[in-house]
Design a protein around this ligand. Sequence first.
Ligand SMILES: *[C@@H]1O[C@H](CO)[C@@H](O)[C@H](O)[C@H]1NC(C)=O
Ligand SMILES: *[C@@H]1O[C@H](CO)[C@@H](O)[C@H](O)[C@H]1NC(C)=O
Ligand SMILES: *[C@@H]1O[C@H](CO)[C@@H](O)[C@H](O)[C@H]1NC(C)=O
Ligand SMILES: [Zn+2]
Length: 496
Amino acid sequence: MVRSFLITVSAALMLAAASTAAAAAAVHWEFVDANQPQTLEYQINCTKELRGVYEDLSIYAVPEPCWIKTSMLPAEHMYSQLIVLERQHLEGDSAQDIQDWSDAVTDAVADYAIHSESKTGEGNGAQLPYTVFRGRRKFCRFTTIDLPASQPKHRIVIGSNCAADETFNLIDFLPSNTEVLPVRTQGFVDPLLSLPPNHPIITKSKTLKHRKSLQAIVDQVNIKTLEKDVTWLTGEADGSPFLTRSSTSKQSLEVAQWIKSQFESYGCDKVELMTYNRRFGPNVICTFTGTERPDEHVIIGAHHDSRGSFFNPRAPGADDDGSGSSMLLQVARIIKANNLSFGRTFVISAFSGEEQGLFGSAALARKMKEDGTSITMMIQGDMLAYRKPGEPIQVAFPARYHTPELSSLLRNVTELYVPEAVVGITGACCSDHQSFWEAGFPATAFFERNGPIADPMYHNSGDLVYREGYDFEQLRASTKAMMASVFEVADIKFDL
Ligand SMILES: *[C@@H]1O[C@H](CO)[C@@H](O)[C@H](O)[C@H]1NC(C)=O
Ligand SMILES: *[C@@H]1O[C@H](CO)[C@@H](O)[C@H](O)[C@H]1NC(C)=O
Ligand SMILES: *[C@@H]1O[C@H](CO)[C@@H](O)[C@H](O)[C@H]1NC(C)=O
Ligand SMILES: [Zn+2]
């Protein structure tokens, strides 16, 4: 098996033991031993070095409380951050697929060990004595790495996509000598605790009521155009050039350029390609400048990148997240068709690099935070079209990594404007709204199902439009819910 793509793994873990000087862009990680008051600090350069991407193998940091066995930890460590080395296995993966992934992780770790050693000037590239253990339970994947013997005897537990009910048993799956340590970060994740009483989201919650004029706009969401756009993105439409929308593919740039041309045809005041990583296609950002409060921004997002099966060049991503991408285009189309304008500045953003660790949205959130941009809300639509046979049309809000007051308002907006949907909550996690939420902006997401991910084609090359369960009535309902939400909060002006 060819594994040459692994050679360039560059995730260097700077083992700057007990170092206190945090570089401006560096993240401070603390590995805190519950039995030992002493705090050991490892400095990792998250923006620069930790976040790496190798096809289906990702190395990145996300907030995940999931692996912690609460009884083992002091309460203040509940909010944690994990290092994630992941590859999305699916139940159908062959033994060879899993072996390849295992080898990949081993290589990745070997590479980082060599890196950190040469970085600290202590070695000549010899491998450090680490050991790796990997396991998986449903969608929850985890890996442990023993730090080298020269380092304190701490083992890093790595996991992702773990639902709460999966993690309490996680420890049982680890080798018996595993130490599980809480990992905390400082200066990276800084969510809002709650919205102030005079925040527009709170004020809106008190005055929200159904408007026929907005319903008439929202009801224009149209299956034909959704289908046209999403099948172009997946490569299923006649004439579509797209085979993959993987962030790291050459086509990722062509995809971004196509989305840009669509946005331009819908009359955005400004359309930008935001490049933040030369290996990825850019974010595509359309802006409609607000007529009354141009400094206040309402952002709707989805990600245009996707992923396929391991070693399969096809990454059509019809649901993940062609559905969200076509939703964005639909919103722009309806703005143009009705000559709509907004009191607040309205931003439509198609992100790249989501699958590898929310890179594109992290870049935009960081930039907006640095610029001091005021964001009234940011919402993300990721996986909006799959309806498990037999289930009703649904709209779900996240159980974690969101702003509760915002989700609560938009839940009510959805119930008002999309009566055909059963509204609920999902534990499915992690998309671009999280980047904004982490940066302290009000943010939430919309998802296709109340409950966990049910799409059997999740993260594989079979994520096509024309298959069982991909449902345009579901996609229309999700799109209506998101459109009503942003038009309401952006303060829509009808050209009557
Ligand atoms: C982290 O990355 C930033 C941005 O590239 C760089 O300026 C800084 O020196 C790096 N810090 C460390 C500790 O490597
Ligand atoms: C949502 O609607 C319910 C029922 O009408 C109401 O009690 C609640 O206050 C509303 N919440 C928000 C945030 O608007
Ligand atoms: C669109 O609306 C703006 C004001 O919002 C108005 O000035 C313009 O004339 C309208 N254009 C069309 C084509 O109706
Ligand atoms: Zn996605």
